[in-house]
Design a protein around this ligand. Structure first.
Ligand SMILES: Nc1ncnc2c1ncn2[C@@H]1O[C@H](COP(=O)(O)OP(=O)(O)OP(=O)(O)O)[C@@H](O)[C@H]1O
Ligand SMILES: [Mg+2]
Length: 232
């Protein structure tokens, strides 16, 4: 469903993405691995249209989306959970969730489906609490819930386990596994936490200095060649 071909991006004169190609199918979780600063977030921002690309193709279900603005991509069904979560600290949990309905219209724009509370029960208990008063892990769950309310065809998650306590990482893993098993969306998961990525991936790609240096299916992930690119 998502197809990326030969993507190149520059920050000024620095060549940050070098011919990156990848694809994500419906029902599949693809993990994007790589050390700090290799270009993972840059790639995800290019896919979301937040950053322009110098060359390359991005298509969603066969449609070229390379020139579309972020909100247009969101409307076509791409949801993005940014690194650092970017929830609205001064808004309540409920108001943050409503932001996830921005692509909807009419009654659908104001109805939070109960399913998100089944996935993340903690949010239901905290609807009136300010986003900024949640723990980091709760904020991450809120950011994922907000993205899911858009009912995306493709969800892009940027390091959802970063700085999160282990019990909440387990909760997030359970939710991503459920989404994957449901089979109605593609999942692109950027991670540095190998075990988490390994537990969820159907396929993986490894970036190093803006280039894809390894890729394969989940069974090929657990080898030294891959881990060499992740170790600090
Ligand atoms: N706005 C920017 N202007 C110039 N250079 C940038 C900008 N944003 C990121 N970079 C540089 O581009 C490179 C890739 O950064 P990016 O944030 O994509 O890495 P990352 O793989 O997501 O890292 P991390 O794992 O730490 O989140 C880094 O060298 C970074 O310093
Ligand atoms: Mg990053």
């Amino acid at each position: 469903m998502l197809n990326v071909q030969q993507l190149n991006q520059y920050y000024g004169s620095s060549h940050t993405l070098r011919g990156v190609s990848l694809s994500v199918e419906k029902g599949q979780c693809v993990t994007l691995l790589g050390r700090n600063g290799v270009g993972k977030t840059t790639l995800l921002k290019c896919l979301m249209g937040i950053l322009p690309v110098a060359a390359g193709q991005v298509s969603l279900e066969g449609r070229d989306i390379n020139r579309l603005r972020p909100h247009e991509r969101a409307k076509l069904g791409i949801a993005y959970v940014p690194q650092g979560r970017e929830i609205f600290a001064r808004l309540t949990v409920e108001e943050n969730l409503l932001m996830g309905l921005a692509t909807k219209s009419g009654k659908n724009a104001s109805t939070i489906k109960g399913e998100v509370y089944e996935l993340f029960p903690v949010l239901k208990e905290m609807l009136n609490r300010r986003g900024g008063d949640l723990s980091g892990g709760q904020q991450q769950q809120l950011a994922i819930a907000r993205a899911l309310l858009a009912e995306p065809r493709l969800i892009i998650l940027d390091e959802p386990t970063e700085g999160i306590q282990p019990s909440i990482i387990k909760d997030i893993e359970r939710v991503i596994r459920l989404l994957r098993e449901r089979g109605d969306m593609g999942i692109l998961l950027c991670e540095q936490y190998f075990d988490f990525a390994h537990a969820l991936a159907d396929k993986f790609i490894v970036l190093s200095r803006g280039e894809v240096v390894a890729s394969g299916n989940q069974t090929q992930m657990n080898n030294d060649d891959v881990k060499r690119h992740l170790a600090v």
